[in-house]
Design a binder for this molecule. Structure first.
Ligand SMILES: Cc1cc2nc3c(=O)[nH]c(=O)nc-3n(C[C@H](O)[C@H](O)[C@H](O)COP(=O)(O)OP(=O)(O)OC[C@H]3O[C@@H](n4cnc5c(N)ncnc54)[C@H](O)[C@@H]3O)c2cc1C
Length: 288
């Protein structure tokens, strides 16, 4: 069931990062609970990942057990204005399912490449929308047992949820979303507009992990980096995108170390030039 020494660069959108000691691609919620109990019994750390689209895994990889929740746990059902989906359901598929059923609320999610579990952890959002406010209930495994919370118990805030703080060991397995009835034509047009904006503004032709930094209050990250003259700056194979300076992209061969060095240099320059401390939005996991 476990794969030993699994290269995590194969399952992250940036395509960098060292190995997981033990890797499992979960096929069921029961697999997730079993992996968590195994790690608890053996005293091993456990890390959960989805599609790896918001991750920078360090070159030394991740010790202990890494559980991936992706395609094998991706079913979704619609009932009235509710969609209940497994954590591995892609946001793009969910947005299209909502469109098919004439449900509005998920238009913002159409171009976000990750899954629902990662989106819940991150409170993913775009174009004024966020996943948190749409959530009714979340099922998760904690301490090897299946449990559930409703939205109010998640303390969603900008790119933040309770899962990032005191509930770090909770693994989301399924989420119930509540949408509103809407016009299919309007939903379709809105999604197309968002997709067009992404294609024109984001460097989708290169591997990346999306926006590198959280937006500091009152500022946009891309213009700050650009004003500091860092657009196109490169460390090894990691580059500040020429198309959108808020994205770091992989050019040629790159190591995680290249991205970490570039992130540090950007943070230092922006602090020096503007007095603004940039906080990574991407999740940096593992060891050097
Ligand atoms: C080109 C591009 C564009 C993007 N645009 C956006 C955007 O507009 N808005 C936005 O918010 N994000 C964006 N992202 C980032 C990313 O797609 C989202 O944050 C996405 O929701 C992450 O999902 P994932 O499955 O890839 O999670 P991962 O990257 O695998 O994991 C992210 C975090 O969630 C945790 N996690 C994952 N699954 C679970 C689970 N089942 N239970 C508990 N914790 C879990 C992981 O431990 C990790 O800390 C973009 C990324 C790319 C590459």
């Amino acid at each position: 069931m476990f794969v030993e020494n699994f290269a995590l660069s194969k399952v992250t959108s940036l395509g960098v990062g060292g190995p997981a000691d033990l890797f499992i691609s979960a096929q069921s919620a029961d697999d997730v609970a079993q992996a968590q109990r195994f790690a608890l019994e053996k005293g091993l750390p456990l890390t959960v990942i989805g599609y790896g689209t918001n991750l920078l895994v360090r070159d030394g990889g991740i010790r202990g057990v890494v559980v991936q929740i992706a395609e094998s746990l991706s079913s979704a059902q619609v009932q009235g204005t509710s969609i209940t989906a497994q954590a591995g359901c892609l946001l793009g598929s969910l947005a299209k399912l909502a469109l098919h059923h004439g449900l509005t609320g998920l238009e913002f999610a159409v171009g976000i490449p990750g899954g629902l579990g990662g989106a819940t952890f991150m409170n993913a959002g775009a174009y004024g929308g966020e996943i948190g406010p749409l959530i009714e209930k979340v099922e998760f495994v904690q301490g090897g047992r299946l449990q559930s919370w409703n939205r109010d118990e998640f303390y969603f805030a900008y790119r933040s949820s309770r899962l990032q703080h005191e509930a770090k060991d909770a693994i989301v397995t399924a989420v119930e979303l509540r949408l509103e009835p809407g016009s299919k034509e309007t939903i379709f047009q809105t999604m197309n507009g968002f997709q067009e904006q992404r294609r024109s503004k984001q460097p989708l032709e290169y591997p990346s992990a999306g926006s590198t930094f959280k937006r500091p209050p009152g500022h946009y990250v891309g213009p700050l980096i650009e004003q500091a003259g860092l657009k196109g700056m490169r460390v090894g194979g990691a580059e500040v995108s020429m198309k959108h300076a808020g994205f770091l992209v992989k050019k040629d061969e790159a190591r995680s170390r290249d991205f970490l060095d570039l992130i540090r240099q950007i943070q230092e320059t922006i602090l020096e030039e503007f007095g603004i401390a940039l906080e990574p939005e991407i999740r940096i996991l593992g060891e050097d």
